[in-house]
Design a protein around this ligand. Structure first.
Ligand code: FMN
Length: 142
């Protein structure tokens, strides 16, 4: 089923009737410290999230969390980045002011200049098929 677009191509964004926002950017980046406090966000991430740098930097990354996302997804994110150094998954984020967007996120553990752990998330566009599977799975999780 295709969703109706109500407004297209504002800065590469497409706004669908049900609140989903599609983006044309190749990737959306952010970085956190070891506690998940945002230290950096790319202009593309800020645009899709509808946030200014000063609203996001210094905040916990759950500021963009969508209530449809199960806790289990983020538990596996944190378990995996701490134990294996990486995690990949499909994430639905809330857009400031309303709406949401889906990302296919790869989160990596790295080191800051003082040798402390930091984390980087590189987000690309998931396919409709990947989104559909994630939606179905997440609806069954707590
Ligand atoms: C580098 C990095 C990027 C993250 N990006 C997101 C994100 O885009 N959306 C999100 O909801 N959580 C993201 N998280 C997970 C949050 O830190 C947080 O665990 C999650 O939003 C759930 O909130 P809670 O831990 O307070 O329950 C990210 C974590 C890291 C380390």
């Amino acid at each position: 089923m295709s969703k109706k677009s109500i407004d297209t191509n504002i800065d590469g964004l497409t706004f669908l009737e049900d609140g989903e926002v599609l983006y044309s950017d190749l990737y959306l980046l952010s970085e956190t410290d070891e506690k998940g406090i945002v230290q950096y966000a790319s202009d593309s991430f800020l645009k899709v999230a509808n946030m200014k740098a000063e609203e996001l930097l210094g905040q916990p990354h759950n500021i963009v969390r969508h209530p449809d996302m199960p806790r289990a997804a983020f538990k596996s994110l944190w378990d995996d980045v701490q134990s294996k150094g990486f995690w990949t998954g499909i994430v639905k984020n809330a857009r400031k002011g309303g709406g949401y967007y889906w990302v296919y996120a790869t989160v990596l553990r790295s080191l800051d200049k003082n040798g402390k752990a930091k984390y980087v998330s590189i987000r690309v566009k998931p396919s409709r098929e990947e989104i559909k599977k994630a939606e179905e799975l997440y609806a069954t999780l707590d």
